[in-house]
Ligand binder design. Structure first.
Ligand SMILES: *Cc1c(COP(=O)(O)O)cnc(C)c1O
Length: 391
């Protein structure tokens, strides 16, 4: 029989299809916003991470265009070689100022910021304790760095303490990893308790503020600010691609940490610097976040309104959430896909999230500051209708 070393790929795809785990892309036309045109149909957008509606904002667009005119399209090299521009440093200073940290370092994505920070900070002789529901970039960073990895049950500080008491002394350094807002659930990590444990067991604590930056805290600095943990010994990671409407990621922390990462984070050293357009757009977004707190206030008002209306739908199994991410659980992937399709046919874009991204299937709704009351009311009306009928 002739060998085909690639034959397994098609078989594997068939298995993915059979489990209803198959995924494919869907084309969105025009600018991002509270409503978008999805495969030719106008839908209300509850699928975006653009919480403040900045990705289509004229000021970000103008800043990106001006940066291209002045600096060109590409950064042309690694930051340490030919790719460093004054815009990068301005953005890093703006992030550090927002976070009230000594310094910050901008990466080409949030994913790369996590990979780079984790691999620089720990290795073979070290221990990582990681929340079971952490984002893929934290999980893969943990695998890549070669440290011993132990997952603790979601947000369970008692279990984490037990694991630390049993294992901490067998390792050189220890790093605790957690999302601050859990991206597929919407709940928050128990940050003050995690800081106490990190202190007690001499551990570093890395929090991923991807879904908190621009959203939580009095000034929008994130979950760290929300919990009153500003200035604590933390490594903060985040993205420029969600509430900030651009692309890229960052690490914020002490100047020693940032200086070390510039010398040791492979996903920063060996990749091209963030493009001038993305850098300038993120910088413009940070300014807007600082100067227009009313956007954040409107986002939270929309979250409150949606939650109040959802109370009238007791059959919906909402997961606990303290963020603009609201999920309701479905028994399996097939039902989640059906629900997603039902919503979409009714003009609501809210995706089904299925394994292996999450352990249990769900519909994920993300609220935007630019949603109007009518958008939210339509969502609830469609959910109500869906709950009463057969799919
Ligand atoms: C989206 C996300 C990332 C990745 O950020 P990108 O800039 O899109 O690469 C990392 N961590 C969490 C928790 C996220 O939700």
């Amino acid at each position: 029989m002739p060998h085909d070393p690639y034959a397994w790929i098609e078989k594997s795809l068939t298995t993915i299809h059979r489990a209803d785990w198959y995924r494919s892309v869907q084309t969105i036309d025009g600018r991002p916003g509270a409503t978008v045109v999805l495969a030719g149909q106008e839908v209300i957008n509850f699928a975006s991470n653009d919480y403040l509606g900045l990705a289509g904002d004229e000021r970000l667009i103008a800043a990106a265009i001006a940066a291209i005119e002045e600096f060109g399209t590409g950064s042309t090299g690694s930051r340490l070689l030919s790719g460093h521009r004054k815009l990068h440093r301005e953005l890093e200073k703006a992030i550090a100022s927002t976070k009230q940290t000594e310094d910050a370092l901008v990466f080409s994505s949030g994913y790369l910021a996590n990979l780079g920070a984790i691999t620089a900070l720990v290795g073979k002789r070290d221990l990582i304790l990681s929340d079971q529901y952490n984002h893929s970039s934290l999980k893969n960073g943990a695998i890549l760095c070669g440290a011993a990895v132990v997952e603790y049950p979601h947000c369970d500080v008692v279990a984490l303490k037990t694991q630390l008491s049993q294992q901490r002394q067998n390792y050189r350094r220890c790093l605790i990893l957690t999302d601050s807002v859990f991206s597929m659930d919407g709940d928050l990590c128990p940050m003050p308790a995690l800081l106490d444990l990190a202190d007690e067991f001499n551990c570093m604590l890395l929090v991923d503020e991807a879904h908190a930056t621009g959203i939580l805290g009095k000034t929008g600095a994130g979950c760290v600010e929300y919990f009153g943990c500003t200035g604590k010994p933390l490594i903060q990671i985040g993205t420029l691609s969600k509430a900030l409407g651009s692309l890229g990621g960052y690490v914020a922390g002490s100047s020693v940490l940032i200086d070390f990462l510039r010398n040791r984070a492979p996903s920063w050293i060996y990749t091209t610097g963030l493009s001038p357009a993305d850098t300038a757009a993120a910088l413009a977004a940070i300014e807007i976040v600082q100067q227009e707190p009313q956007r954040r206030a409107q986002l939270w008002e929309n979250v409150r309104y949606l939650k109040a209306l959802l109370e009238h739908l007791p059959n919906l199994k909402l997961l606990p959430s303290e963020s603009p991410i609201l999920c309701f659980q479905l028994p399996n992937a097939t039902d989640a896909l059906k629900a997603g399709k039902y919503l979409r046919d009714a003009g609501i874009f809210a995706p089904a999230i299925r394994p292996p991204t999450v352990p249990t299937s769900r519909i994920r709704i993300s609220v935007m500051a630019t949603h109007q009351a009518a958008h939210i009311e339509k969502l609830v009306a469609v959910l109500k209708e869906m709950g009463s009928g057969e799919w």
